[in-house]
Design a protein around this ligand. Structure first.
Ligand code: ADP
Ligand code: MG
Length: 377
């Protein structure tokens, strides 16, 4: 392919969520894996306060892009599909993009907001669309869809923060009636185990509920299961594939923020030690969970395998999973026969394929000639 025909890929990274730093690590790996013969990468950093900054070819390191990149904006105008400089400078043209790879984790990146924006701008983008992204960020709505699909989820309750604040006694009574301890209390729409508590006794509930409420308007309470944590990578649009399962072996009481990002010690076991039959069930559940939320492109499906009973529960789907070269999502594909660069190629193909498929959809009705007058009145 001649250099002129290279696809221009905007890699969105950073972002306003608590997972800003994780995103930098993921994006650096994605950029390294994009074959320069096929792609021209435009790194687009989003600062913690939400500014969009574009890197020049001199700025090889992503933190530099965030510090001194050129400030740009993306007009929500599909006829442009172009990153425009915020303050036009002679010799700095707008940058036209062919496809966008959002490597953003969490709020304002993985939750459908950026995806909606890219839809308005008419740009193809990697991964889940608006609906699946939004559902993927909401542990409550997600579980309801899993249940509707007949997938087993851990017994749970969703409680509005406003209800907890208005009627704490009633909420505590309800929880004590429904659950035995321990339970997990977590914000419904957040990742990285932030705001989450493993509650061992009833008197610890109020602090846990208030903490979770600091991070969102809806709180999830669910039975704690003593379980192995199994994960499966999913890839595809209408045709969906599941990877071999892997296992997370946290070195702490559970897979909390410290275990995820601060301390080494958590191990990934790939493949997970499972029977053939269990592998088939995990893969089937992962694909059905993906379809239940209307997934596209990619997702990582996380499970609990209860130690005592052998029961499998779907925990959650992540629509933009960790993407560093040592992250579970790409590692599972590698172990399933799809190396990291080929995975990134495939994700871009899937983004373009979905864009083409959607372009066939009619969004307005064509009125017969001469009938426009009636609507103009
Ligand atoms: N019901 C539960 N039973 C046992 N462990 C849990 C439960 N809920 C969460 N955990 C532990 O907390 C971690 C993070 O919870 P999760 O619901 O996956 O939130 P996040 O979106 O932050 O990853 C899990 O990987 C697991 O270690
Ligand atoms: Mg999780």
């Amino acid at each position: 392919m001649s250099p002129a025909k290279r696809l221009r890929v905007g890699v969105l990274f950073g972002g306003r969520s608590g997972e800003h730093e994780v995103s930098l690590a993921s994006a650096a790996s994605v950029i390294r894996a994009l074959d320069p013969e096929k792609y021209e990468v435009v790194p687009i950093g989003i600062s913690k306060d939400g500014r969009w900054l574009v890197g020049t070819s001199a700025q090889r390191m992503l933190p530099e892009v965030l510090k001194s990149g050129e400030r740009v904006f993306l007009p929500p105008d599909p006829t442009a599909a172009t990153l425009a400089p915020m303050a036009p400078v002679a010799g700095h043209p707008s940058i036209t993009l062919d496809v966008v790879f959002p490597v953003l984790h969490g709020t304002f990146g993985e939750d459908g907001t950026v995806q909606g924006f890219l839809e308005l701008a008419g740009l193809p983008y990697v991964g889940a669309g608006v609906l699946a992204s939004a559902v993927g960020m909401d542990k409550d709505v997600q579980k309801r869809l899993f249940e509707h699909e007949g997938l087993p989820v851990v017994p749970y309750l969703a409680i509005l923060r406003s209800k907890w604040e208005r009627e704490p006694a009633a909420v505590l009574k309800l929880l004590k009636k429904k659950f035995r301890f321990p339970v997990f209390v977590k914000p419904a729409a957040l990742g990285s185990s932030v705001g989450m508590t493993r509650v061992k006794a009833a008197h610890e509930l109020p602090a846990a509920l208030s903490l979770a409420g600091e991070y969102g308007t809806k709180i999830i309470v669910e039975r704690a299961v003593n379980a192995r944590e199994i994960e499966v990578s999913v890839l595809g649009n209408d045709e969906v594939q599941a990877s071999i399962p892997g296992e997370i072996l946290p070195h702490r009481e559970f897979y909390d923020y410290t275990a995820k990002y601060l301390e080494e010690g958590t191990r990934l076991m790939i493949p997970a030690k499972l029977t053939k039959k269990q592998v088939a069930v995990f893969q089937d559940y992962a694909i059905r969970a993906f379809r239940a939320i209307d997934g596209s492109g990619m997702a990582r499906c996380d499970f609990f395998l209860e130690r005592r009973t052998g029961k499998i529960f779907v925990n959650e789907l992540n629509t933009i999973p960790g993407f560093t070269s040592i992250s579970m999502y790409p590692k599972l594909w590698e172990a399933s026969g799809l190396p990291y660069p080929a995975l990134v190629d495939r994700l871009i193909e899937l983004a373009l394929e979905r864009h083409r498929e959607k372009a066939r959809t009619k969004y307005s009705i064509e009125l017969p000639a001469g009938s426009g007058g009636a609507l103009e009145a």
